[in-house]
Ligand binder design. Structure first.
Ligand code: NAD
Length: 296
């Protein structure tokens, strides 16, 4: 059993922290939202007075924050987590953030004699609740090995993706595939529909043929073929179009730095941005089919 500080108790962090409590760890928690903190103290966690207080006298600190600016502001500088924690504390940042912020924060932690990994996740709120997240971890082998037993209480698949920041690299690459493939599947189902092909028939054929992919078989954007997909509940998320857009914008930034062309990733970002402009970025990202059908 370890003493863990947990900062960022939102849609993802809340259930992740609960799973650490269930595993018998003791948790000191902090969030700007009082309600989020109360949810966790009711489950047995101790309330910290601030983020830096949550990082004091613990062995591990887990953060699950919205974006790079939040991670930098919480970790860096006087009164930041790195300055406040005991020597030897291991930091695990599971937020999805830009690669330079991840690398800068880990370098600052290492310069202060701490260990840190970036460990973004895939699997959404359902995976966070069930403790079945996939973690993509960047950092030294020693930091990865130390973080792994903690991550295993929140996830099922824990991958070491390489050096600092590589967890974020894996995350943007994976989500770019997902964002693009969902658009491809959506275009095909709308085209099939307009040419007189029933969605279930197209699903039966393509899900066993070369068009098969996760966006079709696990998250089909039309209601019917995959009963658990958001299409069956009016595209309530799941994983919102707004979050997909955030990840595609991170991919675009990263591609610019790497001078790597991502023409389809760029197009995909623009299509999800149209959902945002229509005020529909709170829908699940598979709701992109509504845009393609002309319903937005
Ligand atoms: P969220 O907005 O629900 O939660 C973020 C929490 O951080 C909020 O409770 C907020 O109050 C808190 N916070 C912000 N700034 C803070 C600060 N300075 N100090 C303390 N707390 C602070 O977001 P989420 O859905 O839980 O996502 C968290 C991260 O996980 C994001 O980077 C997101 O991209 C990533 N992610 C989300 C999903 C998903 O399906 N929701 C899936 C994979 C990855």
């Amino acid at each position: 059993m370890a003493a863990i500080g947990f900062i960022g108790l939102g849609n993802m962090g809340g259930p992740m922290a609960r799973n650490l409590l269930k595993a018998g760890h003791s948790l000191k928690v902090f969030d700007l939202s009082v309600a989020a903190v109360e949810g966790l103290t009711a489950a047995g966690a101790t309330k910290a007075a601030s983020a830096s207080d949550a990082a004091r006298d613990v062995e591990f600190v887990v953060t699950m924050l919205p974006a790079g600016e939040h991670v930098r502001s919480v970790y860096l500088g006087e009164g930041g987590l790195i300055a406040s924690a005991n020597k030897g504390t291991l930091f695990i940042d599971s937020s999805t953030i830009d690669i330079p912020s991840a690398r800068e924060t880990i370098a600052a932690a290492e310069a202060a004699g701490m260990m840190m990994v970036d460990a973004p996740v895939s699997g959404g709120v359902g995976g966070a609740e069930a403790g079945t997240l996939t973690f993509m971890v960047g950092g030294t082998e020693a930091a990865f090995q130390k973080a792994k037993p903690v991550l295993e209480k929140m996830g099922k698949n824990i991958f070491h993706a390489g050096a600092a920041g590589n967890g974020q690299v894996a995350k943007v690459c994976n989500n770019m595939i997902l964002g693009i493939s969902m658009i491809g599947v959506s275009e095909a189902f709308v085209l099939g529909e307009r040419l007189g092909l029933d969605a279930q028939t197209l699903f039966d054929i393509s899900s066993t043929a070369s068009g098969q992919c996760w966006s079709m078989t696990s998250y089909c954007p039309v209601p019917g073929p995959v009963p658990t997909s958001p299409a069956n509940r009016n595209y309530q998320p799941g994983f919102t179009a707004g979050m997909m857009l955030k990840d595609l914008r991170l991919a675009l930034e990263a591609a610019k730095t790497a001078k790597s062309p991502i023409p389809l990733g760029g197009q995909a970002a623009q299509l999800y941005a149209l959902m945002e402009a229509a005020g529909e970025d709170g829908l699940d990202f598979s709701g992109i089919i509504k845009l393609i059908r002309g319903d937005l």
